[in-house]
Design a protein around this ligand. Structure first.
Ligand code: PMT
Length: 219
C-alpha cells in the first residue's frame, strides 16, 4: 500500500547525456550530469510512484527503490524507453540530454591521425520523447527544453511540435543553474497554463514539478 500524489503510478524517466560513438575510444556527448533526472526519480518515489530510470553514463548513485537501466547511445535509450513504456507507463519524463545527431558510421578501429583537418559526418537521431508521445497508448508526457536564447518561445514550440502534455524549460547558458549545477530554475508550460520556479536546489525543483505533474495527470 502506497500513499502520495503518484501512488501506484508507473513513471519512466530518461536522464543524463547520451554518448554517440565515433570509434572504439571516442564519442560525441554533452555536459549533462544526470542530477536533474535523478532528483526527479527520487521525488517520484517519494510521491509513491514505481520508477524506471533510463540513464546515460553518469556518476550518481541510484535512488532507493528505483529500477535503473543503463544505456549509452540515443538509439539504446530509445529502445529501452519503448520497452519500458510497453511494460506499462502512466507518466514519461524526458530529462535526458539526448544527442540530436550521431556519427553516420562507427569506425571499427581507433581512427589514426592523418592530415590537418578531419570531418565527421553526422546523421539525425530519432526523437525519443516525441516517439513516446506519438504512441496510441501514450502516457502523460513531460519534456524538457534546454535553451541558451529565446528560452520560453523555443519551449512553447517544442511543447506543440513534440505533442507533449507539459514542458520544463531551463536556461543552460547560465553557470549557476542547468547543466551540472546542484540548482536549477525553470518555467513549466502546459496547454493553458504556466508556472515559474525560481532558483532552488534540483531536489526542491523536482518535488514542485512532480506535484504539478500529479495535478495535471489526474485531470
Ligand atoms: O543533467 P544535469 O546536469 O542535472 O542537467 C539538467 C539538464 C539541463 C540536462 C535538464 O534540466 C534538461 O534541460 N534536459 C533536457 C536536455 C535537452 O536535450 O533538451 P532539448 O531542448 O535538446 O530537448 C528537448 C526534449 O526532447 C528533452 O525532453 C529531451 O530529452 C528530448 N529529446 C531530444 C532529442 C532526442 N533525440 N530525443 C529526445 O527525447
Amino acid at each position: 500500500f502506497t500513499t502520495g500524489s503518484l501512488a501506484g503510478k508507473r513513471v519512466v524517466i530518461t536522464a543524463g547525456p547520451t554518448r554517440e560513438a565515433i570509434d572504439p575510444v571516442r564519442y560525441v556527448s554533452n555536459h549533462s550530469s544526470g542530477k536533474m533526472g535523478y532528483a526527479l526519480a527520487q521525488a517520484c518515489i517519494e510521491a509513491g510512484a514505481r520508477v524506471t530510470l533510463i540513464s546515460g553514463p553518469v556518476h550518481l548513485p541510484t535512488p532507493d527503490r528505483v529500477h535503473r537501466l543503463n544505456v549509452n547511445s540515443a538509439l539504446d535509450m530509445l529502445a529501452a524507453s519503448g520497452k519500458a513504456v510497453d511494460a506499462g507507463c502512466d507518466v514519461f519524463i524526458a530529462t535526458a540530454a539526448v544527442a540530436d545527431y550521431r556519427p553516420v558510421s562507427v569506425a571499427e578501429h581507433k581512427i589514426k591521425k592523418a592530415g590537418d583537418a578531419m570531418t565527421i559526418e553526422l546523421v539525425r537521431n530519432p526523437d525519443i520523447v516525441a516517439t513516446m508521445a506519438a504512441r496510441a497508448d501514450r502516457p502523460f508526457v513531460v519534456g524538457f527544453a534546454a535553451e541558451t536564447q529565446n528560452v520560453e518561445a523555443y519551449a512553447l514550440s517544442k511543447l506543440r511540435d513534440k505533442k507533449l502534455d507539459m514542458i520544463a524549460c531551463n536556461d543552460v547558458s547560465r553557470q549557476d543553474i542547468g547543466f551540472q549545477s546542484d540548482d536549477n530554475a525553470m518555467v513549466i508550460f502546459w496547454n493553458g497554463g504556466s508556472r515559474r520556479l525560481d532558483k532552488a536546489p534540483k531536489t526542491f525543483i523536482a518535488r514542485e514539478l512532480v506535484s504539478l505533474i500529479s495535478q495535471h495527470f489526474s485531470q
